[in-house]
Every structure is written in C-alpha cells, then in structure tokens.
Design a protein around this ligand. Sequence first.
Ligand code: DAH
Length: 349
Amino acid sequence: MIPPNIEEKIGARLLYKPGPLRLIKKKIEDYFSNYHNVGQAFAIMGSDDPYVSVQANFDDLLIPEDHPSRAETDTFYKDAKTVLRTHTSAHQIELINGGHLHFLTFGDCYRKDTVDSSHYPVFHQVEGVCLHPKHEWDTPEKAEKHLKTTLEGLVKHIFGPSIQIKWSTDYFPFTNPSWEMEICLDDRWLEILGCGIIHPDILKRCGADEYYTGWAFGIGLERLAMILYQIPDIRLFWTKDERFLSQFADGDAVFQPYSKHPPVYKDISFWIEDAYHENDFHAIVRNIGGDLIEEVKLIDNFTHPKHGKTNHTYRITYRSMDRSLTNEEINLLQDQIRKQTLQLPVGLR
Ligand code: DAH
C-alpha cells in the first residue's frame, strides 16, 4: 500500500526538469563522461519506474532478512514482492547483467523517515559502478586507489579544487571494504557518499567474478545540491514557485531566500506502547499535512517513574513555502493528525 501523497510524486521527473537537481546531475555526468577523469567513459542511465522487486532492492545486494531497512516502518511496500526502491543500488545487478562495465544510474528513491528540513520521503540518488579486469587490478589497493581518486576528483569538480576531504571506513552489505567520504564546509564535516569494493558474491550472480573486480558508490543528490547552492529546506526541490525556479534557470546560483512566511506550531502528546515506531507517526503527519510540514520534532520524552509508561511530545512546525497559513486550516489538519494517531499503538493524553 503506497499512500496517495507518495504515489502522486511518482513520475515528477525532477532530474529532467529545470532546477538544482538537474544541474547537479549534469555536473556528475560531465565528470564521468570525460575519459580523462576516470579512465573510462561511463554510460549514463536512469530508470523512470521506481518500483523494483524486493529481490533487486535487498536480496541481490546481500542485505540480510532482518536488516532494519527492510522493515515496513522504513520502506514503502506495494506488495510482498515489490517496493519503491530505497536506493539506486537496486539496479546494479540488472545493469551488470546487461553487459555494462562502467555506468551511472540516476533515479528517484523512497524511504519512510523522520520529518525535518533535510529529509523528505522522496529523494534522488546516483549509483556508480566500475568493473575492471582482475589481472590489472591485481591487488586490492589498486581498486581502492582508483575508486578514491575518482571520487575525490568528482567532489573537486563539483565544489572546487580546495575542498577538504576525509575518508573513513563504513559498512554496507554489498561492498567490502566500504568507506564513506566527508567534506568540510564552514568547519563542519558532512558525510556525502558511501562506496566500496563490490562484494564478489554480487559479481558471481552476474557471472562476472572470474574476470572482473569492481567498485561502486551511491550519492544523495539533494544533499549535494543543498550544500552547493545553500538551499535551506528540502521541500524547495518540489516547489513550483518561480521565485525559486528562476534562480536556477541559467545555471549555478547561490540561493537567495525570498520572504519566509511565519510558522504555526502545534504540539501533540501521547503515551507510547512497545510496538510504536516513530516513523509511523511522522508518516501520518506527512500524509495529512503534505508539504506544509516543515518539521516534526520530539521535544519531550519521559518515562513515568511509577507505572513505567513513556510519553512523547512532538512539536509540529507548519509553514508554507509560498503563502501565509491561517490558524483555522492548521487546526483542521491537526485534528486529523490526532485522530489518525489513535490508530497507532499509543494512548492520547
Ligand atoms: N545504497 C547506499 C545507500 O543508499 C549507498 C551506497 C553505499 C551505494 C555504498 C553503493 C555503495 O554503491 O558501494 O545508503
């Protein structure tokens, strides 16, 4: 069951429309289609249909049965066998099987998540894969070096040559070893991508393990665009407001905020039971409030010393990107949220 507010986003094709995501996509493509940057010209793909099999999204990538990302509280299931892809890694195997050795694949991805200015249930990723003859990358260090140099070149291409870069080891089921890259901006380190050496069992599934070794990476495009263009709120990628779109019509720009409309705050408080999962509450708020929801924040979390029950208080920030809100319309939404929240394993106060 895919909620209507998510379903209506499918097919929006933001990557192909004027705006910051298309600009970022173009920069990544330019870098990877230049043979001199990467030693290969990468094929550029993308799939418009975000429905993929559970097999492709999880099993093929060696993601264990009990991995939290498989839970219904994290992933949108259409039915037992089909999900909205949670990452573009879901296309690795089908593309390698199709004979591609070096490619990028772009796409819209979907995850249930908490609601704030940098998380939205629909976002965009690019996945990159590079396979190389084993006899040339005859030590693990050679593949690692090629991967890291390539990705360092990419972020320098996007953020300029003096950007500071830090690598740390990470864990993903589909790569081993795995790393994350952080970049430093205004004295803060920000994680911007995950990558690693493709697990040999994945190459085996494609019949490619005998001749090839390879690396892969995944990047979230909103995050890159928010950093590069100083876009403060992820909902802006979805606005049709010309005051936003016109700023990116001619290429790169630093976002100039236009008048911000005032927020409306509403708090809601309830006792939670064991089966309560925070993402379910965030999903209800997002479902009902749509793009008027700026943030849902847990502002109080306490467990009663006598009866041991836990109480959560959330502050919901409503703010429209393009108009002022009235208290009456927000009260109507807040009432609906209260009613629907009662369907969760909670007791309203
Ligand atoms: N699929 C991962 C995610 O969505 C990102 C990622 C990490 C992709 C490592 C990769 C990789 O290809 O090697 O968080």
